[in-house]
Design a protein around this ligand. Structure first.
Ligand SMILES: *[C@@H]1O[C@H](CO)[C@@H](O)[C@H](O)[C@H]1NC(C)=O
Ligand SMILES: *[C@@H]1O[C@H](CO)[C@@H](O)[C@H](O)[C@H]1NC(C)=O
Ligand SMILES: *[C@@H]1O[C@H](CO)[C@@H](O)[C@H](O)[C@H]1NC(C)=O
Length: 260
C-alpha cells in the first residue's frame, strides 16, 4: 500500500517535471572512437534525425567530421538534416566549427546548426507566407575574401532567398582554415505581426547579427520546432561546386530551450 502511494506520488512529480522542464541537449562526440558516425548513432545522440548519410559522417579525434563531396551541391554534397525539438518561443545554441586545413572554399555553402520556426521556410522558391522562418549560417567566398554571414528566412524578406542583412564575419580579412570558431545563436519568436522577435549570432564572442525581427505573421506558426544541421555546398550553379572532397569539423553542440 505504501509502495503504491510512493509510486503514485513519484509519477505525479515526474509528470509535473515533464510539463515544466525546458529542453536541453549537449553533444560533444567525446565517447566515440574514430570511425563512421552512422544514422543510428546520430539518432541515439539527437533523438531524431532526418536526411543522414553514413558515408559523409565520421568521428575524427572526438569531433564530428562531415565530408562535402566533390562535384555536387546541396543535399548531394553534404548533410541536410533536422531534429524535432519541443515547440519553444526562444532557443539558444552553441557549437564549435573548423574548416579542414586543406578545405576548398569554392563559392560557399551552409554550415552547422540552425533553428527552424513554423513551416521552416528554406530554398529560394518559397513564396512569402508569414508561416515560417529559419536561421542558419553560411560561409561565402566573394573572390577577395571568405566570411560567415547569417542566412535568415523571415516574414517580409526582400527577395526570394534569405536575407543576410549585410552582416559579415570577420569584418576584415578572411576566415582561416584549421581554426576553430565558436558560434552562438539565439532566436526568439515574435507575436502577431509585430517585429518583436529576435535574431542573434555571435562568433568567437563578436556580434555578427543582433536585432529584432518579424519571423512570422501567423501566431499558429510562431514557435521554434526544429534544430537543423545543414552542411553542404551551394547555392546553385556550377561555380558553387568543388572538384575535391573537403571536410568540416564540429564539436560541443549545446541547445537550450529558453521558454515554451
Ligand atoms: C523537422 O525535424 C523532423 C525530425 O528530424 C524531420 O522529420 C522534419 O523533416 C524536419 N522538418 C524540416 C522542415 O526540416
Ligand atoms: C495560420 O496557419 C493556420 C495553420 O496552418 C491556418 O489554418 C491559417 O489559415 C493561417 N492563418 C492565416 C491568416 O494565414
Ligand atoms: C569543447 O569543450 C571542451 C570542454 O569545455 C573543451 O575542452 C574543448 O576545447 C572544446 N572544443 C573546442 C573545439 O573548442
Amino acid at each position: 500500500m505504501i509502495q503504491l502511494v510512493v509510486v503514485i506520488v513519484l509519477s505525479l512529480i515526474l509528470i509535473d517535471l515533464g510539463s515544466t522542464q525546458l529542453y536541453q541537449k549537449s553533444i560533444n562526440w567525446d565517447n566515440y572512437a574514430n570511425g563512421q558516425y552512422s544514422d543510428s548513432m546520430a539518432k541515439s545522440d539527437f533523438g531524431s534525425v532526418s536526411g543522414w548519410h553514413n558515408d559523409r559522417a565520421m568521428i575524427s579525434n572526438k569531433n564530428l567530421r562531415i565530408t562535402l563531396r566533390k562535384n555536387a551541391l546541396s543535399g548531394e554534397s553534404g548533410i541536410v538534416s533536422a531534429t524535432r525539438i519541443p515547440d519553444g518561443s526562444a532557443y539558444e545554441l552553441d557549437f564549435d566549427v573548423r574548416f579542414h586545413s586543406q578545405f576548398d572554399w569554392s563559392r560557399g555553402g551552409k554550415v552547422g546548426f540552425g533553428l527552424g520556426i513554423g513551416n521552416r521556410n528554406t530554398g529560394c522558391n518559397v513564396p512569402f507566407d508569414g508561416a515560417g522562418g529559419t536561421l542558419r549560417l553560411m560561409w561565402y567566398n566573394d573572390g577577395k575574401r571568405v566570411y560567415f554571414y547569417p542566412y535568415v528566412y523571415h516574414a517580409g524578406m526582400a527577395g526570394p532567398c534569405g536575407s543576410n542583412f549585410g552582416k559579415l564575419y570577420p569584418s576584415s580579412g578572411s576566415l582561416e582554415k584549421g581554426k576553430w570558431y565558436k558560434v552562438h545563436m539565439y532566436v526568439k519568436s515574435n507575436t502577431g505581426s509585430n517585429a518583436n522577435g529576435h535574431v542573434q549570432i555571435k562568433i568567437n564572442g563578436d556580434t555578427l547579427i543582433d536585432q529584432s525581427i518579424l519571423w512570422t505573421t501567423n501566431d499558429s506558426k510562431r514557435l521554434i520546432s526544429n534544430l537543423s544541421f545543414h552542411t553542404f555546398r551551394g547555392g546553385s550553379g556550377d561555380h558553387w561546386k568543388s572538384d575535391v572532397d573537403s571536410y568540416i569539423y564540429y564539436d560541443n553542440l549545446s541547445v537550450r530551450q529558453i521558454s515554451k
